[in-house]
Design a protein around this ligand. Structure first.
Ligand code: ASP
Length: 259
């Protein structure tokens, strides 16, 4: 009792070596701010679900990250966002895939968990659910950095990771994990990655661990990465590190991503 833990990530993409120092500092400052939001909630006796949602909301509202506001572009120059959240105390979970007008997909994922009997909503049905449940709606162009698409078309920059994720353990011993992303840049419209898939991109179980993944979603889906990390701990007695090393370094090709 009284102890809490929080871990965040801001994606597994390469940070180009020639990136300006100032930009690196902006990422570090944003991640620090996000961590502090979560720490304050947990230190004051808040729950892990609140900490994870608020940390991810902050990163979703920050254009530096490929989630919410800063979501990358599909092949058609639009944005389709994915998110999921899971509680380790009872395996309850919620997720949305391919939403186009939801400002904070992680918050809608939480509402899917809390207000519906389902786990995953996709596409128009998910957008409509958001309207029905009263979450903040924005035009798809909100996710569009006015110059970003043109810049990207010209430079064809390699997609950077920058998906965001958070795992928290609160003072009551409950783990929550959450992930939010714009997916892979240049993805085909309708493509869904691992981030909104419980067991692939997100998993939490109070008996083992919480996991939020980032990287090439297709590989994380095929290898059921998030669940397998927990399963190795539960069924084989692996430590968290052993389980992560097994899945990330032995089962996935080098450079696939991380957790
Ligand atoms: N895993 C995400 C996806 O495949 C992208 C990322 O983490 O960079 O949609």
């Amino acid at each position: 009792m009284g102890k809490y833990t929080i871990v965040i990530h801001g994606g597994a993409g390469d940070f180009p070596k020639d990136s300006p120092e100032e930009l690196k500092q902006q990422y570090i400052n944003s991640l620090t701010e996000a961590l502090n939001i979560g720490k304050n909630i947990l230190a004051n006796g808040g729950t892990s679900i609140d900490a994870v949602e608020k940390v991810i909301n902050y990163l979703e509202n920050n254009i530096l990250f490929n989630s919410g506001r800063g979501a990358v572009f599909t092949l058609e120059g639009k944005h389709e966002l994915d998110a999921s959240i899971m509680q380790g105390k009872d395996l309850s979970s919620g997720a949305v895939a391919g939403v186009t007008i939801i400002k904070n997909p992680i918050s809608l994922a939480r509402l899917v968990m809390e207000k519906t009997p389902h786990v995953l909503f996709a596409g128009k049905g998910a957008d409509d659910l958001g309207i029905q449940l009263g979450v903040e709606i924005v035009p798809n162009s909100y996710f569009h950095d006015s110059t970003g698409y043109q810049k990207w078309l010209k430079s064809n920059i390699k997609q950077q990771g920058e998906t965001v994720g958070c795992v928290a353990l609160d003072q009551y011993g409950n783990i929550t994990a959450g992930t939010s992303t714009g997916g892979r840049q240049n993805k085909m419209p309708g493509r869904v990655g691992d981030s909104p898939l419980i067991n692939a991109g997100t998993y939490a179980n109070n008996n083992t661990c919480g996991v939020s993944a980032t990287g090439i979603g297709e590989l994380f889906i095929r290898n059921t990465i998030a669940f397998n990390i927990s399963a190795l701990m539960e069924y084989k007695g692996y430590t968290l590190k052993q389980a992560c090393d097994e899945m990330i370094y032995k089962r996935l090709p080098e450079g696939s991503g991380g957790v």
